[in-house]
Ligand binder design. Sequence first.
Ligand SMILES: C[S@@+](CC[C@H](N)C(=O)[O-])C[C@H]1O[C@@H](n2cnc3c(N)ncnc32)[C@H](O)[C@@H]1O
Length: 289
Amino acid sequence: MNSHATPTAAARTAATRTAAPDTAAATEAAMAEILELDAEVLEAYLSELTTWLGELSDREPVRIVDLGSGTGTGAIALARRFPRAGVSAVDVSPQMLHRLSAKASGLGLADRVRGVQADLDQGWPDLGGGDLVWAAAALHHLADPGRVLSHVFDALRPGGLLAVTEMDFFPRFLPEDAGVGRPGLEARLHDALKGAPAPGWTDHLVRAGFTPEAERPFVIDLPAPLPGATARYAQACLRKLRSHLDGQLPADDLAALDAVTDDEGPHSVLRRGDLTVRTTRTTWVGRRP
Ligand SMILES: C[S@@+](CC[C@H](N)C(=O)[O-])C[C@H]1O[C@@H](n2cnc3c(N)ncnc32)[C@H](O)[C@@H]1O
């Protein structure tokens, strides 16, 4: 699954927004859980990424914007990395921003991390200027990312940085033979959902006026044994993929996947000691000249 396959993801986001309220809330709650577990399991990667952005910055960022902040993974990592910074976390979803505020309060960051509820497809919110704009797994959700990037350009000071991060593929967790009688199960699952290769964001950045500064893939490969949150993260991610798979895999594969994502049973991810986390995320950095 290419998370930055723009039309598909934007269409999915629009579909969630127009779904029946109960369905939309449940979909959003499931996504929020994945985002929170993602932040916990991939903390070391986030720390490496924010450190690198600090090195690329011409001075310490004090005005930061997180676009499509979700539950605040980026906003909070950035507030921690840059202790003098105020972070505006923009998201269309009140539920995501509610979780972000609760997390920021719990960490004593409420005075520096503020949620801004806005639909970026409808216009640019009043955010003031910025030193650093961060958009992780977010731009591909937007109907017209180019329009939003031109607003980002205007909002940044000369020398300010934009960092766009996207997931190259959804994380993988299982060994080749997960012991469910269906070797290669997870690879087939990913193949069934794979979209067209995504072109990357350099052209978008250049069209909006940015000077491309860097493009860096972060290869994440966490070996077993991993802490407990990994099992819940694996379960939530695999269940999300499973929800798109009906009719796209043989029934035996779907049954095996159900055994792996079940809360109970010997093959459940919640009971395994052999989970790993393998994924790649790429960050494109542009500087306003
Ligand atoms: C996959 S999540 C990524 C969240 C966060 N950046 C992270 O890396 O954990 C995408 C987020 O973009 C938000 N989003 C989608 N369309 C949006 C829009 N038009 N305006 C503002 N936020 C939007 C969603 O509500 C969701 O929280």
